[in-house]
Write a protein that binds this ligand. Structure first.
Ligand code: SAH
Length: 455
């Protein structure tokens, strides 16, 4: 029987959904090991044993894969956010195609073709947003970084190859301000302290930067946070910081953002463009993190949908990035989104771009779309772009009832995409192909888009 601290030799035959190599010992025991590639033979130290599987870490790679590379990121090992720094980008795309195929296995025979993953135009410095928890390190220094996997220990973010380099200097500037004025980081256990997270977002095409602090503080911002000095320091550092904000979160929760955002300096919105349309994005609103690749994804979604519609619903529409493109394809477009600030942004973006045939509704897709249908507003096409949890079954049921000709489904989670597609294909729809888009290079995440048509 295998036990903790055993050293075993395994051959990797598969990759798990979160990027670990999966191999078997000679006795046939399955072991999951991060950073190993298919075909590699390695000596592995067992860290944890469950009934049928074990987890381990590499002691020595006996036979390295030809697809192995030296990680481009200095902190790849400690941070854990990226899992594919140790292989070629082509292999990463191949693995992602396979992971999407694996996610569709539970669908049974009715499996669509899974296309090869569309590679991202950038694999480094693509991420336009960073949200770093602030806390203390072991020696009591104020730091910001990433949580070590399955812990609340913060690993300082001294480097990050997937975000813009200026995010690091901005983070360092904020941290030295906090240290100088002894402004305490928030601690979840005691629900005390002030600064919870550092938020930074940059427009890929405009270079505009928004900086935010998520704080456990209801008043006296200037005296507690020395905001005037912080603003001065930040503006000296980067001329393109166009907005500095506080997001107020005084709740005992692990939800990162609070409901109120206060602009301390500059604009309430960051501006960026996507496929030539200009968008204002306020701090709490969702905005795809890899702009260049998201533009490609949207173009694919729009071409799958086709043209000449009466009424289109864009469900989970965010700030209207897809909705405003749909305006050219239909007489009337309805965007539905549950995050109120995003709906405000969407309306502003529609008006700023002079688009007249789009209406935005604030509420959940599962509640608001049926209300429109009851009023006799029935879509002939629908775009779905839900969060990781996918769509509520009641929404899918309603769609199968009203039978729009086409449904384009964009998803950031292949598992819930497969689940929801099973429902739709069991109830009147057909899909040929799922197109993976690598929106998140180096991480195990993969976006997909597919078209479902009435059988
Ligand atoms: N289509 C947009 C946003 C996609 S992200 C874009 O490409 O930018 C998913 C969005 O769904 C987020 O903006 C989130 O706030 C919103 N959301 C989450 N649950 C929802 C629900 N039940 N109904 C409507 N919107 C929801």
């Amino acid at each position: 029987m295998m036990k903790k601290n055993d050293i075993v030799t395994i051959t990797i035959t598969d990759i798990s959904h979160n990027g670990s190599g999966i191999g078997k010992t000679e006795e046939g025991f399955v072991v999951f090991v991060p950073e190993l590639l298919i075909g590699e033979i390695a000596q592995v130290k067992i860290l944890k044993v469950l009934k049928n599987i074990a987890y381990g870490k590499t002691v020595k790679i006996l036979t390295p894969s030809v697809k192995r590379t030296v990680p481009a990121c200095q902190v790849a090992k400690q941070c854990g956010g990226c899992v594919f720094h140790h292989t070629t980008y082509q292999n990463e795309c191949d693995i992602k195609q396979q992971l999407v195929k694996n996610a569709f296995r539970p669908m049974g025979e009715n499996i669509p073709e899974i296309a090869s993953a569309h590679p991202s135009p950038k694999q480094e410095a693509y991420r336009n947003k960073m949200l770093l928890p602030v806390g203390y390190d072991k020696d009591g220094n104020i730091v910001a970084g990433f949580y070590r996997a399955r812990t609340h220990e913060i690993i300082p973010c001294s480097a990050c190859s997937i975000t813009y380099p200026e995010f690091l200097s901005i983070t360092e500037c904020i941290l030295s301000h906090l240290r100088k004025h002894r402004i305490a980081p928030y601690t979840e256990e005691k629900h005390s302290g002030i600064v919870r997270h550092i938020f930074i977002r940059r427009g890929e095409h405009t270079g505009e930067i928004m900086v935010g602090l998520v704080v456990n503080l209801k008043k006296n911002y200037e005296s507690v946070l020395h905001t005037k000095e912080l603003i001065e320091q930040l503006l000296l550092l980067h001329y393109n910081i166009i907005s500095i904000a506080l997001n107020i979160n005084t709740k005992k929760t692990n939800v990162i953002l609070g409901e109120e955002t206060i602009t301390l300096h500059g604009k309430k919105y960051l501006t960026d463009t996507m496929n030539g349309i200009s968008f204002g994005i306020s701090l709490p609103s969702f905005y795809q993190v890899n702009t260049l690749q998201a533009e490609q994804l949207y173009l694919k979604a729009l071409s799958l949908l086709g043209d000449n519609y009466e009424t289109v619903f864009d469900l989970y529409c965010g700030i209207g990035t897809i909705t405003l493109n749909l305006a050219r394809k239909a007489k009337k477009v309805y965007g539905i989104e549950s995050c109120a600030p995003a709906v405000e942004d969407a309306k502003m973006n529609r008006d700023a771009n002079g688009i007249g045939n789009v209406e935005f509704i604030c509420g959940t897709a599962e509640e608001e779309a049926p209300k429109l249908v009851k009023q006799g507003i029935v879509p002939d096409a629908v775009v779905l772009d839900p969060p990781r949890s996918g769509c509520e079954e009641s929404l899918l049921e309603m769609l199968c009832d009203i039978k729009p000709k086409k449904i384009v489904y964009i998803s950031c989670n292949p598992a819930t995409l497969a689940r929801d597609m099973k429902y739709l294909t069991d109830n009147g729809y057909h899909a040929d192909t799922v197109y993976p888009f690598d929106l998140f290079p180096r991480t195990f995440h993969c976006e997909c888009v597919t078209l479902l048509t009435q059988k």
